[in-house]
Write a protein that binds this ligand. Structure first.
Ligand SMILES: [Zn+2]
Length: 184
């Protein structure tokens, strides 16, 4: 009975991992080969547990499964972060290919700038937005976006952050804004 419960619990944990993997595969963040390897690993782990159950090895493997279950939220966040990064890299690659075909494709540069900005690669984002403006001409939305990014970069380099209540520039790590008293 205890064996059956442990087995069900383990299947639940491994099922969650499999579900997560399939989700990442649908988002194209995980390749077919990686999905297959992951699912084989899960099946292998489950059969290992079934084969060793009742021996000290079985308890060890069950303990490891529980430890794995406890770290699932952390592992999930990490996997999501990696997946996002990988999708950004794929998008950048597509933009580069589009630019090889047409070096004046400002749409591709604009998309690249957005990705760089999301990745925190602000210098590259700024350079790319400037290139878009040079190719495209006037674009009020993009100009304001560029100015906002330049300001964020200047603040970061000066060790400051902007109060989101009143817009005052205060040192990083301040808990309450000295201008408006707002919680930062
Ligand atoms: Zn303030």
């Amino acid at each position: 009975m205890a064996g059956l419960l442990a087995f069900l619990l383990t299947s639940l944990v491994l099922g969650f991992v499999a579900w997560k993997l399939v989700g990442l595969y649908i988002d194209r963040a995980v390749s077919t080969a990686e999905l297959a390897a992951g699912l084989c690993g899960i099946l292998g782990w489950l059969s290992l547990l079934a084969l060793t159950w009742g021996t000290p090895w079985g308890y060890g493997i069950f303990g490891l499964t529980l430890a794995g279950a406890a770290s699932l939220p952390w592992a999930g966040r990490r996997l999501d972060g990696l997946a996002r990064r990988r999708l950004w890299e794929q998008d950048l690659e597509e933009c580069r290919r589009a630019l090889e075909f047409d070096p004046n494709n400002w749409g591709a540069y604009e998309r690249m700038g957005e990705i760089y900005e999301q990745m925190g690669r602000w210098d590259e984002a700024i350079e790319t937005y400037q290139r878009v403006l040079a190719l495209k001409g006037v674009d009020a939305g993009l100009t304001s976006r560029l100015n906002h990014l330049l300001k964020k970069k200047r603040l970061r380099e000066a060790g400051l952050v902007e109060c989101h209540h009143c817009g005052a520039e205060v040192p990083q790590g301040t808990s309450a804004c000295p201008q408006c008293g707002g919680f930062l």
